[in-house]
Every structure is written in structure tokens, then in C-alpha cells.
Design a protein around this ligand. Structure first.
Ligand SMILES: [Zn+2]
Ligand SMILES: [Zn+2]
Length: 134
């Protein structure tokens, strides 16, 4: 199976090969701020499954106390669309943002994270797994 996607302006596009490991909704404050929405939807895949065309800008996200970089948030430098995040702790695993897929109709979230930041007006129904905190 192969899926394609692109940023809003089209300077960055990608192809995603094979099945996703998981589809995770993240309600954390940082995902809310980066996405401009109430949560992010992430296709968790091996980095080797993703082929990106175009240049990605990178924001190195650190812990609240200025600790080590723990997420590399990669986005289009011209239009700002978030494309993929890489967790520093889990090398080789990345989270592709579902909203930049060309066909989003088959996205099916199975995991929810950071539910304590979930907004009271968000109702996504029952998920298979709900993680309170990492
Ligand atoms: Zn763009
Ligand atoms: Zn998040």
C-alpha cells in the first residue's frame, strides 16, 4: 500500500509505503499549538517507509526545563504545514501528520495520547488504546 501527501503550497510532497504501525491522536498542548487545531493525528511509521521530496524546515522541541531535544518537528518552510515529527528517543520511528495526506478518508485512529489536555468539546468516540502520559 502506498499513500501520498503534500504541504499546503506543494513545495514538499511525500510518499508513504506499507502499513502504518499505529495511528495516534495526540492532545498535547504542543500539538495543539503546532497544528492550530485541537489535536494532531499521526501515522506512526518506520522512517524508511517515508520518502520526502522538497526541503523540510526543522523545529527542535525541548522539554519545559530546556532539556535535551525530544521531538524534531519538520514542516514546510514556506507555508508552514507540519509534515512529520521524529521522536529523539525512538530512533527510526516517525509520525507523519495525517492532515497532509492527499486521501485522508482511510485514516483510522487507534491510540490517544495526552488525554489530560484533551479539550472538553472534543469527542472522538472510543479508541482501542488510551494513554494518559508517556
Ligand atoms: Zn509548503
Ligand atoms: Zn502531541
Amino acid at each position: 500500500m502506498s499513500q501520498t501527501g503534500r504541504c499546503l503550497c506543494g513545495s514538499v510532497s511525500f510518499e508513504l509505503l506499507g502499513d502504518v504501525i499505529a495511528t495516534a491522536v495526540c492532545h498535547c498542548d504542543h500539538c495543539q499549538r503546532q497544528s492550530g487545531g485541537a489535536f494532531s493525528v499521526n501515522l506512526v511509521v518506520h522512517e524508511s517507509q517515508l520518502a520526502v521530496t522538497g526541503d523540510l524546515a526543522v523545529y527542535e522541541e525541548r522539554g519545559e526545563r530546556g532539556d535535551d531535544v525530544y521531538v524534531l518537528r519538520k514542516f514546510c518552510g514556506s507555508c508552514g504545514s507540519p509534515i512529520v515529527s521524529a521522536l529523539a528517543k525512538t530512533e527510526g520511528i516517525v509520525a507523519v501528520k495525517a492532515g497532509v495526506l492527499d486521501d485522508k478518508s482511510a485514516v483510522s485512529p487507534t491510540v490517544e495520547a495526552w488525554c489530560e489536555h484533551k479539550q472538553p468539546w472534543v469527542d472522538l468516540g472510543e479508541m482501542a488504546v488510551s494513554m494518559d502520559r508517556e
